[in-house]
Write a protein that binds this ligand. Structure first.
Ligand code: IPM
Ligand code: MN
Length: 359
């Protein structure tokens, strides 16, 4: 029987609540599909930082390396200055484990409301492949004469050919495997960022022409991409882009697929240890109220299982969530709506876990 080590990393705010439901569903899938899980827990996050001053020690990264994958709740604490936990935990893990891909599906499920008028599940179903360890996020730059009228601040967008190529390689392969419209769109800004996105564009067409003649190549500037995502989301199959643009367009993506309650993502190192998370954050004001939506975290569990090779189990989780949505017991996906219709974080987890045993 296959056995996996899933590192549980609940984190801050509502992270522990959604992860509890996520792992409940993943365990139900493990039971049905005949594999076992070992689940070491990691308690890093805002509370531990405030108590001990420790953010994420290198020894934790070594422990992560022993896992088949990491399952994260959320990072972000209202009493901790912005940046400390985000950079010290989330970005440190992405960088140290070389999770150079951030995979973010944008999929509208049946009976989920989208703010886009006249668009439905057939129109909103694409995936963003965001480069995840370079670009503006490397932290290269500096500040001089801080606080004076002559202050200089520099934060550089850095890309090497190697970083661009490995991201494109993943994106082309993913587009082929996804086998939908076999179209990969490069999202850039070649009209202004004439060094960095010129590199991306040349690398994109060279690799596509040489190794992926079956994949149609398309290009859109990032500003236009946000426009098309709202006006004609059905045009997209897979979008590949740099770190900063990917961060921005995937929040827009989350909104058109029904909000932060449902959007999941994977920080992927194709040859190493990957980390899966709901992308919505720690929502501190809903902590311990049992009203936060666990579906995003449950979908992150689906992605995790598919990533470690338990594809059938992952697809079963997706069917189980669809069954829940079709049962119409939820009148909406926000905390407010979950409360209003008499549902709760734990009830949603219980129902999905139950469906996993039978759909
Ligand atoms: C995300 C988040 C992070 C990012 C923050 C919290 C550092 O917004 O995962 O999209 O910018 O990548
Ligand atoms: Mn973001």
């Amino acid at each position: 029987m296959a056995k996996y080590t899933i590192g549980l990393f609940p984190g801050d705010g509502t992270g522990p609540e959604v992860l509890r439901e996520g792992i409940k569903v993943v365990r139900a899938a493990a039971q049905r599909f005949g594999f076992t899980l070992e689940t070491p827990e990691f308690d890093f996050g805002g509370d531990r930082y405030l108590r001990t001053g420790e953010v994420l020690p290198d020894s934790a990264i070594d422990e992560f390396r022993k896992c088949s994958a990491i399952y994260l709740g959320a990072i972000g604490h209202p009493d901790v200055k912005p940046g400390i936990l985000e950079k010290g935990i989330l970005l440190k893990t992405r960088f140290e484990l070389d999770q150079y891909i951030n995979l973010r599906p944008v999929k509208l499920y049946p009976h989920v409301d989208t703010p886009l008028k006249d668009k439905g599940p057939a129109d909103i179903d694409f995936v963003v492949v965001r480069e995840n360890t370079a670009g503006l996020y490397t932290g290269l730059g500096g500040v001089q004469r801080k606080g004076t009228p002559y202050e200089v601040a520099i934060q550089e967008m850095v890309y090497t050919r190697y970083e661009v190529d490995r991201c494109l390689q993943y994106a082309f392969e993913y587009t082929r495997k996804r086998n939908k419209n076999k179209t990969l769109t490069l999202c850039g800004k070649t009209n202004v960022l004439t060094f960095v996105y010129d590199l991306w564009e040349r690398a994109f067409h060279e690799m596509g022409a040489k190794d992926f003649p079956d994949i149609k190549r398309d290009y859109a500037h990032v500003d236009a991409t946000t426009m098309w995502m709202v006006k004609n989301p059905e045009w997209f199959d897979v979008i590949v882009t740099g770190n900063m643009f990917g961060d921005i367009i995937t929040d827009l993506g989350a909104m058109i697929q029904g909000g932060m309650g449902i959007a999941a993502g994977g920080n992927i190192n194709p040859k190493g240890v990957s980390m899966f998370e709901p992308i919505g954050g720690s929502a501190p004001k809903y902590t311990n109220l049992n009203v936060i939506n666990p579906l995003a975290c449950i979908f992150a569990g689906q992605m995790l299982l598919e990533h470690i090779g338990e594809t059938e189990a992952g697809l079963c989780i997706e069917r189980a969530v669809v069954a829940l949505l079709e049962s119409r017991v939820l009148s909406g996906l926000s905390a407010k709506e979950i409360k209003e219709c008499g549902m709760s974080t734990t009830k949603i987890g219980d129902i999905v876990a139950e469906y996993v045993t039978k759909v």
